[in-house]
Design a protein around this ligand. Sequence first.
Ligand code: ATP
Length: 234
Amino acid sequence: MLTVSDLDLFYGDAQALDGVTLEVAAGGTTAIVGANGAGKTSLIRSIAGILKPARGSIRFKGRDIAGLPSHVVCDLGIGQVAEGRQIFPTLSVRENLEMGAVIPRARAAAKQTFDRALDLFPRLRERLDQAAGTLSGGEQQMLAIGRCLMGKPELIMFDEPSLGLSPALVQELFRIIRRLAEDGMTIILVEQNVAASLRLADRAYVLENGRVVLSGSGEALLADPAVKQAYLGL
Ligand code: ATP
């Protein structure tokens, strides 16, 4: 569904991505693993059209999307749950969800998608008229995911979705991501909970200093001695 080839990205003179190549299969979950500063967020933002790569291609369903503006990428069906949640705190939960469906591909089905999002997140249903900024951290994260789903993405990218959540909510979050995967959603997952993300992943890539240094099935990487030592604390 998505093929990234030979991607280079710079911030001024500093190179953040160096020849990154990876493949995301339709309906699968792809995990991106790497230390702080490895380039994971830069990769997600390049795919989302927020950053413009210097070289390489990003093909989504056969079309090169590298360098297209983010609203176009979004409308082609790539949704992103960014690090830090980015909900609108003074708007209600309902308004935040509705904002997610303003793009053309999502508008017609907004009512159904709204019901579906609330089925997935019953706690949001109880708080529809509450200002989003008064939700707990976990609820805000659920709202950010719900809003992304309102855009009817075919591919959804999660950047550190569990950041700041309690252990119980992290489990809940992984249950939800697993449920989306079971429903056939294509997922890219960047997570500090490396073991949990590899368990979910059909395929995983390890980034170091902007380069892919290792890839394989989630299971294979879980068993890889270098991954165990560097990312699993084993
Ligand atoms: P983290 O888990 O800490 O978010 P990451 O793997 O997502 O790390 P990136 O945020 O993509 O890594 O950063 C990759 C490199 O690019 C780092 O060296 C970082 O310092 C640099 N970088 C990121 N954003 C900028 C920016 N806006 N300006 C300059 N350099 C940046």
